[in-house]
Structures are given as C-alpha cells and as structure tokens.
Design a protein around this ligand. Structure first.
Ligand code: PMV
Length: 324
C-alpha cells in the first residue's frame, strides 16, 4: 500500500482585468490575459492524501462528502497530476474555506490552486511556480493567478507552455482593501465554465478581446504607480465589458440583481465626492468595492447601510499558495 499526504493554503483572487472566454476550452487557454489581487483574508486549506487502499477518489468540502460533477472535476484534475508521475493510487481530498462557495467569490480559484500545490507535493513531483500555475489553470483558469503572490498577471500565451501566471507586485506593494458586498449568497445558476464556453456567441466579444492589451497595460501601470483614479476607471470599464458580453451571449446571462446596479451607481457617486473607491463584479451579483485602506472603515459602514446588502467581507492583498 502507498500512502502520501500534503496540505496547502491558497487565497481566492479578485480580477481587475477579467478572464472571460477561451480559445481552447479543454486546456483553458484564455482569449485574453488578466490581472488580479489575491485576497489574503479569505482562505482555502486543502489536504490531499494518495492512498492505494481507497476504492476511488473521495472529496470532502467543508465537512460534506461530495459526488457528481464536483468530484468528477477534482478527479479529472488529479488524473493530470497522477499522469505526470505514473501514480495510480486514489486520493482523499479534504478542503475547507472560510468563505461561502459559489457566490462569485472565486472559490474555484483558491480550490484549484490549493488542490494543485498539495497534490503535486503528495505525488512527490518537483515543479516550478510557473509550471504549477499552468497546471492550476487546467482546473480553473483563475486558479493560475492564486499561485503567485500579491498582484498577479496571467499571460494569455499562444500555447499551453506560454499561458502562465506570475506576480507583478508583492502583497505589501499597495494597501488596497476589497470590501465585498454580499447581495446574494446562494449558489449561482450558471457557473463561469459555461460563461466562457458561450462568450464567443456575443458579437461584442471580439471588440472586448481586441482592446484587452490596452486595458492590461493601463491596469499594470496603475498598480505600479499606485494610481487609484487610473485603477478605478479601468477596473470599472473591464467589469462592465465582461457583463456586457454575458448579457449579449446566447443564452444571455444576467448576473446582476437590482441591488447590484444600485450599488455600482453609489460607488461612482462616492468616488466623485472624494472617497477612493471603485467597483468590480465577477460572475455573480456581489459587488467587490476596492478602496485604499484608510477609507475601508468608512466604506464598510456605508455598504452595510445600503439596501440589499446582506453582509460585507473585507480582505487585504494576500500572498500566493503555500505548503504547510
Ligand atoms: O476561473 P473561472 O473559470 O472560474 O473564471 C473566472 C471568471 C471571472 O471570475 C468572472 C473573471 C476572472 O478573471 O476571475
């Protein structure tokens, strides 16, 4: 019997320039590069144990045994890792997060980042950070960005080898805070995998992709210069572009709730009155309100009073995925 175990901790990330649509769905080669910030206060901890006495792979998420599509997706990812080293043993995966899954809080990013790093170590494989990001990308595209530290860019690349993520600034570089306004904490109906698959059906996707390098440069420069106004303008545009594609795909995807759009308008008004805040929204209705840390308490207070906001979760920039 073989038995070997490893545990990793990963953080989800919030995309400033978003990934939406693949050139190759099978190996998740994105149509455009993306940039994100790891969310250090949100954590996923995953232990992977390869154990030849197990009848099959087993997955426990926050204490609940999983089957069906969730287990299949994890098994498919484990098969990639087993294939590298000729490991045949099934695995037991225990994963726990301190934030709700399926809420647009990018649980798949921290889930597949932690799974990749823990499973690679448990299988006895030595891998560079760059190759770990390529492997994590195969489980969930945004997971590639949760492996390196701080502010991270995932390069589009033309091939599997070239499509990887790397840190563009450490977590300490800029004291931003993501104040996440939870508007709906239920599981979303259409996940991002399906959204990527149908993005090309929007007649506007080509224009969004064509302009991506310009937005990436603007965002990269804003992070480097810690220029909040430039960051605010580019992330709100990029978020609106993603949702425009979602709404004009077939079938159309509407992620926003009435409270989402009310809050988007409020955030812009707060900024016009001098508060350093900006919004960005992933594939869900929750609003990520990005601000500078001096403004975080005030922003939280304002968000809690906002109608339709159930809860507010705060996070500072975070490090990359680590083994413990
Ligand atoms: O990694 P996925 O397949 O869950 O896609 C992520 C999609 C967005 O969160 C909406 C954007 C992004 O770049 O994180």
């Amino acid at each position: 019997m073989t038995f070997s175990s490893a545990t990793a901790i990963a953080h989800p990330n919030i995309a400033f320039i978003k990934y939406w649509g693949n050139r190759d769905d099978e190996i998740r080669l994105p149509q455009n590069g993306s940039i994100s910030m790891n969310l250090g206060d949100l954590t996923t901890r995953t232990m992977v144990t390869f154990d030849s006495s197990l009848p099959r792979d087993m997955l426990d998420l926050n204490g609940v045994r999983q089957g069906g599509a969730a287990l299949e997706r994890v098994s498919r990812h484990l098969n990639l890792i087993r294939g590298i080293r000729g490991v045949s043993a099934p695995a037991h995966v225990f994963s726990e997060s301190n934030f709700p899954a399926g809420t647009g809080l990018a649980s798949s990013a921290s889930a597949f980042a932690a799974l990749t790093v823990a499973a690679v170590r448990a299988a006895g494989i030595e891998m560079t950070e760059k190759d770990l990001t390529r492997l994590a990308r195969r489980g969930s595209g945004s997971a590639a960005r949760s492996i390196p530290s701080g502010f991270v860019e995932w390069y589009r690349g033309d091939t599997d080898r070239e499509s990887y993520a790397a840190s563009i600034a450490p977590a300490e570089h800029w004291g931003l805070v993501d104040c996440i306004a939870i508007i709906d904490s239920s599981e979303k109906k259409t996940g991002s995998t399906e959204g990527h698959r149908i993005a090309h059906t929007s007649p506007l996707q080509a224009a969004r992709v064509e302009d991506a390098d310009r937005r990436l440069k603007t965002c990269r420069d804003a992070i480097e210069d810690r220029d909040f106004d430039a960051l605010a303008q580019i992330i709100e545009l990029d978020s609106n572009l993603l949702h425009t594609i979602a709404m004009t795909s077939y079938p159309a995807l509407y992620y926003w709730q009435p409270a989402t759009i009310e809050l988007m308008k409020e955030v812009v008004a707060w900024r016009q009155s001098g508060l350093p805040v900006a919004f960005t929204i992933d594939a869900g209705s929750n609003v990520h309100v990005i601000c500078e840390n001096l403004a975080a308490d005030k922003v939280k207070e304002k968000l809690i009073k906002q109608s339709g906001v159930q809860n507010v979760i705060l996070s500072k920039p975070g490090r990359g995925t680590i083994l413990i």
